[in-house]
Design a protein around this ligand. Structure first.
Ligand SMILES: NC(=O)c1ccc[n+]([C@@H]2O[C@H](COP(=O)([O-])OP(=O)(O)OC[C@H]3O[C@@H](n4cnc5c(N)ncnc54)[C@H](O)[C@@H]3O)[C@@H](O)[C@H]2O)c1
Length: 308
């Protein structure tokens, strides 16, 4: 249990002060725009990088809408304070389509681009050359290995996983993923920054799915396999887990919510890497749904039908 001891020790000494102020978020999609928003709300200077000006504009518009929602909740009775909150947070975010330029003064770069190892490698290789030596690098990947992503950079001591959850402004958890080369200083900086943006941080090793997805994705797959065998209906499986295990959502509802394309690609990636693990085998009915573009809630149909 030496390795657990290491994790415990590093967790018990997390009293460092946050030293991160300038944050670059690469990728302004679902996750990147949420990360940029939360970072700016918490006082960081944020540069958000996208592939072109049109996508950047959409990301900025979605952040502005979401900041407005947060402000309304925070300052119900005080519209002036709400307006000030939105203006101040928005003024801390600037957009860019040039990643090399965007990392020039960055303390921390968080990558939230497409889940593709080749594309992530290309990006990090160029960022490693462009960023000053002090800059910490993090990936928000859900299913790729942090060590494998970090393999192309020289600054492995300054690399780790910062795994946020969707929707980022709402979900409290931040998984901090360690790789063997990561320095203690880098780890402490990640923890202090995570806390400073209001997240509860947990630490784990660089294993498939980290903590949450390693438990959740095989659980969803087991429920789908139960359905495929005809053991129980979707409704009964969901009702059973809600009322019998106290889960807020059943696994089939959850699969529809997450999106079958997402779960399938995670399972496929793990299965390719670990073909002997029966928990990682992709499910036929999910493959079928993806082929039919019935991805779940986001397309209006998965195992259940939804009113769009
Ligand atoms: N969606 C989730 O629930 C979730 C949760 C946790 C982590 N993640 C991870 O976060 C990452 C992003 O996921 P997402 O759901 O936000 O994807 P998304 O498709 O919504 O957004 C990705 C964005 O990255 C941009 N992009 C692609 N290549 C780029 C590049 N080279 N430079 C700059 N921008 C680039 C795209 O234009 C797109 O807007 C993935 O690694 C994913 O595994 C996703």
């Amino acid at each position: 249990m030496a390795s657990l001891g290491v994790l415990r020790r590093s967790f018990s000494t997390t009293s460092s002060r946050n030293v991160i102020k300038n944050v670059t978020v690469i990728g302004g999609g679902l996750m990147g725009s949420g990360i940029a928003q939360v970072a700016a709300q918490s006082g960081n200077n944020v540069t958000l990088v996208e592939v072109n000006a049109d996508i950047l504009k959409k990301a900025e518009a979605s952040i502005a809408t979401n900041l407005g929602r947060v402000a309304k909740k925070l300052y119900k009775e005080d519209p002036n304070a709400a307006k000030k909150f939105v203006e101040e947070a928005s003024s801390r975010i600037k957009g860019s389509t040039d990643p090399s330029e965007a990392v020039k003064d960055s303390d921390l770069v968080i990558e939230a681009i497409v889940e593709n190892i080749g594309i992530k490698h290309k990006l990090f290789k160029s960022l490693d050359e462009a960023a000053p030596p002090k800059t910490l690098f993090a990936s928000n990947t859900s299913s790729l290995s942090i060590g494998e992503i970090a393999s192309v950079v020289k600054r492995k001591d300054k690399f780790g996983g910062l795994h946020f959850f969707n929707p980022v402004p709402v979900m409290k958890l931040l998984e901090i993923v360690r790789i063997p080369e990561q320095s203690e200083e880098t780890y402490q900086a990640f923890v202090a920054w995570g806390k400073s943006i209001g997240k509860t941080c947990v630490t784990c090793k660089d294993t498939p799915g980290f903590i949450v997805n390693r438990l959740l994705v095989p659980y969803i797959a087991e429920a789908v396999r139960m359905l495929e065998r005809g053991d129980a209906s979707p409704r009964d499986i969901d009702t059973a887990m809600k009322l019998g295990a106290g889960y807020p959502m059943g696994p089939i509802e959850l699969a529809d919510y997450v999106g079958h394309d997402t779960t399938l690609s995670i399972l496929q990636g793990w299965h390719d890497k670990y073909p002997d693990n029966p928990l990682f085998v992709p499910c036929d009915s999910q493959r079928q749904l993806v082929q039919e573009k019935k991805l779940g809630v986001k397309t209006g149909e998965g195992y259940y039908k939804y009113n769009k």
